[in-house]
Ligand binder design. Structure first.
Ligand SMILES: CC(C)(COP(=O)(O)OP(=O)(O)OC[C@H]1O[C@@H](n2cnc3c(N)ncnc32)[C@H](O)[C@@H]1OP(=O)(O)O)[C@@H](O)C(=O)NCCC(=O)NCCS
Length: 169
């Protein structure tokens, strides 16, 4: 597997490793980050470590055609982790992205900066032609992130709770 480290103006996106769990758990241990998906919240460093170990493998044993790429976003100037982002790349060269910025670093443009580099990477490295993102309809922060990058709502996508956005590359 190739190294998918990404560099932006202010961030280094480091491929996730299980050792990152101890570094970022205190930032992730905040209910505000999990407001729209509390069932996904890791409750301990050990839980997070298990998750990151799985992601570090880069693919799921049950869906070997999918590539999983997960990054911890570090601020370049002081190596502080500010959030994380991920892309699941499917065999049809589409991808599903997700992202989080730790609460004390919100509203500084980090999500948009990180996601933009993931979009460029998905196109260059994986020849993706379409990117999707799904979120709770009430998650206006997340909706504004994708809108500001040119995503539009999928006409018949989503369900009562979630909405899907897409971007053709
Ligand atoms: C969604 C999230 C990643 C946004 O991160 P962020 O770094 O604060 O976002 P940015 O600073 O890059 O902002 C991008 C745009 O969203 C807007 N935005 C950010 N937070 C917002 C909020 N709470 N309410 C409304 N708009 C918001 C910004 O104003 C900006 O839009 P603009 O350029 O038109 O002003 C962050 O709030 C988060 O991690 N939330 C919890 C996890 C989550 O919901 N992830 C998404 C799941 S798909």
């Amino acid at each position: 597997m190739f190294d998918h480290r990404l560099i932006t103006q202010r961030l280094m996106l480091e491929p996730v490793r299980e050792e990152h769990a101890a570094l970022v758990f205190h930032e992730m241990n905040d209910a505000r980050l999990w407001r729209f998906f509390p069932h996904l919240r890791p409750m301990s460093v050990a839980d997070l470590r298990i998750l990151y170990r799985k992601w570090q493998a880069g693919k799921s044993p049950s869906t070997p055609d999918e590539i999983w790429e997960n990054w911890i976003c570090m601020r370049t100037e002081d190596q502080t982790p500010v959030g994380s982002t991920q892309a699941t790349i499917f065999a049809d060269q589409t991808a599903l992205i997700a992202y989080a910025v730790y609460v004390r670093f919100e509203r500084q443009g980090y999500a948009r900066e990180a996601v933009r580099s993931v979009l460029e990477h998905s196109q260059k490295a994986h020849r993706c032609h379409k990117i999707f993102a799904e979120m709770d309809r009430r998650n206006s922060a997340s909706i504004n992130v994708v809108r500001s990058l040119g995503f539009t709502p999928v006409s018949d996508g989503g369900n009562a709770r979630d909405i899907a956005y897409e971007l053709a590359l």
